[in-house]
Design a protein around this ligand. Sequence first.
Ligand code: SAM
Length: 253
Amino acid sequence: MARISYDDQTAAAYKAVREVSREGLEAWRQAVRRHLGPSPDMILVDIGAGTGAFAAAFSDWFGLSVVAVEPSAAMRAQIPRRTGIRVLEGDASTLPMPDDSADGVWLSLVIHHIPDLEAAAREIRRVLRSGAPVLIRSGFRARDDMSQTFPWEFFPETARSVSTFPSAEQVCQSFAAAAFRRDALEPVPETLISIAEFLDEADTYRRADTNMRGLTEEEFRRGKEQLRRAVQDAGQAARTRPRTNWLDLLVLR
Ligand SMILES: C[S@@+](CC[C@H](N)C(=O)[O-])C[C@H]1O[C@@H](n2cnc3c(N)ncnc32)[C@H](O)[C@@H]1O
């Protein structure tokens, strides 16, 4: 069970406001290239692929084959159907793939939804070829330093939800039982929309974000008011200046 229900409404909201633009993901493209060493004959499993933003990006960037595994039918319905992307029902602990059939695994903003990390690690070990990497995109760093974690600065109570996520160390421990070792842990920036655009989309964003969904009405109202004031104070820049967010890339092999 995911922490929130990824139903039709959530999937539509996710598609509308949560996908980061390709330009905004440039540092991720470079980081994944460095750690995966992609080539067109590779198969990459995107576990919890959501609306398929990364599946499509990996297919376009690297020309490899992506298997997009996603438990929610509503999210799966949003994944682009095209050559190079296979869309399958499944979850991190039940991957619809044969043994030793994948050259890499990608988990973006999924690790906190997985109820049994050790079971997932065993299943990922089963489908991965020897030496292939598991690439995990998550907000691990948020536990020490929330200051550059979107949208914490306007909605500080989102920290309540983030504090229940597994830390990088906990993930490493769970994966160690399936003989995975930490290869790298590095912060990666991404460029998001401006604060004025975020204000325009805040209600939709809330529907599509686990941490924002955990806010009370009062916390959300207060955060939106802070955001409105920040937009006013920033003048023209509120609409023209994109925001930078930092997440972490954990690589296990
Ligand atoms: C925050 S979304 C991330 C979507 C996508 N990876 C991205 O970065 O845009 C989390 C996704 O994980 C999926 N999910 C939830 N529990 C899961 C599990 N146990 N195994 C795999 N995916 C899961 C949800 O259905 C949802 O699509």
